[in-house]
Structure formats: C-alpha cells, structure tokens
Design a protein around this ligand. Structure first.
Ligand code: HMG
Ligand code: MG
Length: 302
C-alpha cells in the first residue's frame, strides 16, 4: 500500500451535478453554491461548461455564473470546453483550467459529443494549444474507462489508447472516469494502470459516479495505487444526460469522511461542507445524496 497523506479534491457539483437538473437552477444559486464550497475549503471547483445549450440547457448561464464569482487566491476554477467555439466563449470568463472531454468508448463519444474518438482529438488539439497559449491549465476527462452504457465493459487497452492521444496533444492531466458507476476496485485499478502508461501519478485523478454504490471502494483502490486527486460532487448531485440511469458522482462529504478517517488531509472543513450540501439540497427540494451528511445532520438534530 502506497497511500498518499494528502488528497486534492475537485468538487464538480456545480457542473457535473447541476448539468442534469431538470428544474431550472438560477445562476445566483449556482454562484452561492460555489462560494459555499470555497468557504468549506475546496480549492478546486468545476463550475460550468461551454457546450450547446440545445444539448445541455442547464449550463446556458455559464457567463453569468462565472462573472458572479469571487475568485480568492489559491482557488482553481475549471470549465468544460468541447471545441474551439466553447473555448472562445470560455476565454472571456478567464477560467484557471479548461477541460476537454473524450471517451474510451466510441459509442459514448458519439452520443455525448457527436463525433468519433479520433475526431474528438482533432477538435481538442487546437483548444489545448489555445488554452496553453493563454496560460490556462488543461485537463482531459476520459469517460467510460471501465464500462459504457452502450458498449458494456471497456478494456484497459482502450483507456491507454485514449490517454496516449490526450498526451499527444498536450493535455496536462487526465481524469479516469467511471461515468456509469459500474466499476469495481480491480477494474478501476486496471483503468488507472492503463492511464499511467502515459501520465505520472500526480497527473491522474479519479472521477467516480456512484450508481452501483462502488465509488468509495473504488476511491480506496485508487488511493492504494498512490492516486491523490479525486473528483466528487457535494451532496452527490448529478448524473450524465447521455448515460441513462447513471446517478451522481460520489458525494464529496462521503469522500472527505473516508479520507479524514484514514488520517489523509484534504484542507476541507467537513462541517462547513455538510452545511453547503444541506443548503443546495434544500434549494433543489430533496434530501442530500450523501450518507455522511445525512448521518451528521441527524446527529446534530438529535
Ligand atoms: P455538434 O452538433 O456536433 O456541433 O455538437 P456543431 O459544430 O455541428 O454545431 C451544431 C450547433 O451547436 C451549432 O448551432 C453550433 O453553433 C452549436 P446552430 O447553428 O445549430 O444554432 N455549438 C455550440 N454552442 C455552444 N457552445 C459550443 C458549441 N459548439 C457548437 N461549444 C457539441 C458538438 C460538443 C457542441 C455538442 O455535442 C454538445 O454540446 N454536447 C454536450 C456535451 C456535454 O456537455 N455532455 C455532458 C458533459 S460530459 C460528462 O458529464 C462526463 C464527465 O463528467 C466525465 C464522466 O463522468 O464520464 C466529464
Ligand atoms: Mg461525470
């Protein structure tokens, strides 16, 4: 075991979490959520995406949300940009990091971004170049690294192939995403080992949806490899519009509880995070998806 003593979390709730909300969520609510996450000690937050509003209407307020944010020093805000049109729109809002997003599965690439894996890399290449020239960091999300809603199980070799393509165009770090939450620890480790053929351990992160309740186990499996960057969503918000039935990311509260319980630092104040999660759950009119938050709130009430 090669456990890290510190973990860096990216809260993707405002983007991955809220992108799938059917009810309109006002920009002011998204802005306040980001501020509450900052106050709880999150130093990396995935805020929004610059995609077609016809495909993902919930993210159409990207400019308004970004313009409304306070940007404390030391906080990195990231946004999704699938193509040059998205990047040019993002540029005016000065994100710290942009995210290009591809898939290890051909079918998911087609459904999600309407092009093949090879075409996606052609689209990403000028985006990566422009972002680097503008002094922005570049991350690459790799969807369906263990399973795909259309193709079933995905072989690690396909993750290695995509990671190699991402590396080739200058993507600085990659997310190993289990988009539909079907992964189990050994399969997730195999996906990481494939990504690690092209990226160092500091440049890979885990992004686990919790559909099958495996995300915390998969987090531990990744920690055992020395992975120390993870993405999670406050309150377990979310789901993917192009992966039917997939639930949200693992809840940030649950990951923080796991890590702190193992003596691994995050810089996050769990109580303040639980408050942020309770607040957004109330705004959305439903209970928190975080088991830890529900337990801590019940303990407080009792
Ligand atoms: P397309 O239709 O192939 O693009 O969409 P196009 O270039 O042919 O353009 C068609 C129309 O879209 C045009 O408008 C463009 O202007 C417009 P029209 O002339 O018809 O009015 N358009 C855009 N508008 C705004 N922003 C843009 C943009 N690009 C074109 N950037 C595109 C390609 C990628 C845009 C489309 O497929 C799309 O928006 N897809 C949505 C993808 C998405 O947001 N998915 C969810 C996020 S990924 C995810 O959740 C997974 C992740 O969490 C990791 C994991 O869990 O696996 C990251
Ligand atoms: Mg996701």
């Amino acid at each position: 075991m090669n456990l890290p003593n510190r973990v860096q979390l990216i809260d993707v709730g405002p983007r991955d979490g809220l992108q799938n909300e059917k009810q309109p969520v006002p920009a002011a609510t998204k802005i306040e959520l980001v501020h509450r996450l900052q106050a709880a000690g999150l130093t990396e937050i995935e805020v929004t995406s610059y995609v077609s509003p016809k495909w993902v209407p919930q993210m159409a307020d990207n400019h308004e949300v970004m313009a409304g944010l306070s940007r404390p020093r030391g906080v990195r805000l990231s946004v999704l940009t699938p193509n040059l049109k998205g990047f040019e729109a993002a540029l005016q809002d000065k994100p710290d990091e942009i995210v290009v997003f591809g898939a290890a599965s051909e079918a998911f690439s087609q459904k999600n971004i309407n092009c093949s894996i090879a075409e996606s890399i052609e689209r990403f290449a000028p985006v990566v170049e422009a972002a680097r020239a503008a002094g922005m960091a570049v991350r690459g999300a790799m969807s369906c690294t263990v399973g795909c809603p259309y193709e079933g199980e995905i072989a690690p070799a396909r993750v290695a192939y995509l990671a190699g393509l991402m590396k080739g165009i200058g993507v600085q770090r990659v997310d190993v995403a289990d988009t539909i939450g079907v992964g189990t620890p050994r399969k997730v480790q195999a996906a990481f080992e494939a990504a690690l053929q092209h990226y160092g351990i500091d440049d890979v992160s885990g992004h686990f949806h919790d559909t099958y309740g495996q995300a915390l186990s998969n987090t531990l499996a990744a920690l055992e490899l020395g992975v120390w960057n993870f993405q999670s969503s406050v309150s377990g918000l979310g789901g993917c519009p192009y992966a039917k039935g997939a639930t949200g990311n693992v809840a940030t509260e649950d990951v923080v509880y796991l890590l702190h319980g193992m003596g691994i630092g995050t810089g996050i104040d769990l109580d303040a995070l639980v408050d942020a999660g309770a607040w957004i759950s109330e705004q959305l009119g439903r209970p928190s998806g975080s088991r830890v938050a529900r337990a801590l709130l019940a303990r407080r009430a009792g």
